[in-house]
Design a protein around this ligand. Structure first.
Ligand code: ATP
Length: 314
């Protein structure tokens, strides 16, 4: 995996308050990384450091291997970002806004403008005045603008704020496309857990300036019992399946009608599942599906980690 953003032992004070405390983590090219945390946790401060709007104090940050202190301009050339609402001129069309912005960037061609417009799904409306745009369309135009110079890292602070469900869905599809098909690292901050659950491949949770957890969504939401991951089998004959699992010295319990829950030791999942499934096949024990039990929602995992409830969870 190619590292996109790397933070190492970053500390930052604002006024007398230490806002970031020994913050270290990495993000990768090709993923949507959700940076989650309650209000005031330090998300915006981290993002401002990443896009060069705040100066570094202690620690290191690199973007695609370039240190943002030593090689600031090279590092920033890899970054596209929306931190505050992007400046758009309502009396101009979407295209005019992009052309205006492109003049300030080297090497942005008309073809590239068409390409980003198509990427964000605005081709049909790009020649209309921005004052006629919905918030979601403005948001997408902002996205097009910060993609003009082919950034490898896209940084968005609370991009879903104020969008309606349709706008959120469109944004989600675009960001996933940019990460998975175009090979961008998409870094999004949010306190909207439910939205991040659908959008992100991995999430990092920041609490009071410290990183509480970095995990894949799957890891964050999968039920664990001790050191095991629980897999739920939907079986034709649950008792036979349970007995077969127990003969392999696996913990197995009934898990509802036609269901068996088998505990698979963490770290040996592939091997143990392969052996179990082969045994079942050899003994003609039919099962229709097997999947890890996702009993936890991201919101629950978030609450466990932050101990926070209430207004910041949407
Ligand atoms: N200029 C400043 N001087 C002192 N403290 C500040 C300053 N700016 C922000 N802070 C404090 O730093 C902490 C982190 O703020 P930050 O904006 O990074 O949090 P956040 O996680 O983005 O929160 P939110 O979700 O509310 O935007 C907060 O406690 C905030 O009050």
């Amino acid at each position: 995996m190619e590292t996109a953003i790397r933070l190492e032992h970053v500390n930052k004070h604002l006024g007398k308050k230490q806002v970031l405390k020994d913050l270290s983590f990495e993000t990768y090219i090709g993923e949507v990384f959700g940076f989650l945390g309650p209000n005031g946790a330090g998300k915006t401060t981290t993002i401002k450091l990443l896009v060069g709007l705040l100066s570094m104090e202690e620690g290191n940050i690199s973007i695609c291997g370039k240190d943002i202190t030593g090689e600031f301009e090279t590092a920033m050339a890899y970054v596209g970002g929306i931190v505050e609402n992007p400046e758009m001129y309502g009396y101009m069309t979407g295209r005019q806004n992009l052309c205006q912005y492109a003049r300030m960037r080297k090497g942005v061609t008309q073809e590239r403008i068409d390409e980003v417009v198509s990427l964000v799904g605005l081709s049909n409306r790009i020649n209309e005045k921005v004052s006629k745009y919905s918030l979601g369309m403005r948001q997408r135009l902002g996205l097009a603008q910060c993609m003009l110079h082919h950034p490898k890292v896209l940084i968005l602070d609370e991009p879903t704020n104020g969008l309606d469900p349709a706008g959120i869905r469109q944004l989600r599809d675009i960001l996933k496309h940019l990460a998975h098909q175009e090979g961008t690292c998409v870094f999004v901050s949010s306190h909207m857990m439910s939205e991040m659950e659908l959008m992100c491949d991995r999430v990092g949770i920041i609490v009071d300036g410290r990183l509480a957890e970095v995990k894949t969504l799957q890891e964050m939401m999968t039920e664990r019992r001790g050191d095991s991951v629980v897999y739920r089998y939907h079986a034709e004959n649950p008792r036979l399946l349970m007995n077969a699992a127990r003969q392999m010295e696996l913990q197995a319990e009934p898990g509802g009608e036609e269901m068996v829950e088998v505990q698979i030791p963490s770290g040996q999942e592939k091997q143990v599942l392969w052996e179990l499934n082969r045994t079942l096949a050899e003994n003609n024990i039919v099962f229709y599906s097997a999947a890890p039990v996702e009993s936890k929602k991201l919101e629950d995992a978030f609450m466990e980690l932050t101990g926070k409830e209430g207004e910041q969870i949407v």
